[in-house]
Design a binder for this molecule. Sequence first.
Ligand SMILES: Nc1c(N[C@@H]2O[C@H](COP(=O)(O)O)[C@@H](O)[C@H]2O)[nH]c(=O)[nH]c1=O
Length: 300
Amino acid sequence: MTAAHHEISAMHRAIALSALGLGRTSPNPPVGCVILDPTGRVVGEGHHERKGEPHAEVHALAAAGEHARGGTAVVTLEPCNHHGRTPPCHQALLDAGIARTVIALIDPTSRDEGGAARLRAAGVEVEVGVLADTARLVLGPWLDSLTTGRPHVTWLYRTNPDGNPVTPTASQVRALAAGMDVVVHADGSVVEARPNSHGAFSLPTPQPSRQPAELLAALYDGGTRTVLIATGPSIAARFIHNGLIDRTVAHLDPVGPSHRPSTRTQPLVPTGFVVDTVTREGHGVRVEAHRPTRQNHLPQ
Ligand SMILES: Nc1c(N[C@@H]2O[C@H](COP(=O)(O)O)[C@@H](O)[C@H]2O)[nH]c(=O)[nH]c1=O
């Protein structure tokens, strides 16, 4: 049996909710969950907000109460099977009487037997891989950081009318920083993207190191999973040359319909990057690109 239409709709909602956790949950993943009652009606929603706080399933089950009995849990990441800072979610689902669980992505950090296997063993119907690629839009950086052992790094810049990358504006930085753990600013400072957004678990931000790889390793050890480099090309180049930029977001300053650049020294996106989206935004254009890697796709 595959996912029904109303389960797909619930997964879309769960994925959107999970993104509310971006820039807050690290080192935990941003996860969303929707609970459907036995008739398919939405009776509870939740997302993981911060390390040490309840997981998405627990929030959603609390909202659903008794309506969850015999119902379906739709969750963006495999329910956990271990006692960490919070009790195992697969047990919470069993205790609530959930009969079916629809999962987008398997948790590669599942200790021993994963939550999906535990649920199946207890007689719960489990569907895995539902809207996996869509869920990866939110969980991708967290999953990538597990594979690389360093935070996922985005370089944000503006291109001037000549087409060369320069430091982004404060409002461009603010908009993207909302979903990031840490920002490296043009003055070299390394700060939590939104102060105190990680709650009681505060992210240590090490002093900027001359070595980008060392800086990223120290950030990863402290729990950072996403970094925004909000600088012109000189700082960013040190990361690019070491293969440490995963994604770029460029804001193009508008130019007239006929334009002759005086100097063009830099490409629009780093060499080898693949452009994903080109959108008109505000007065300018936003271009997003990513560095293709062999490790982009973990097993689902
Ligand atoms: N945030 C989250 C999950 N996160 C999983 O749990 C681990 C953290 O456990 P703990 O220390 O108890 O918070 C984390 O590494 C990841 O594997 N799992 C889920 O089922 N739902 C959630 O909402």
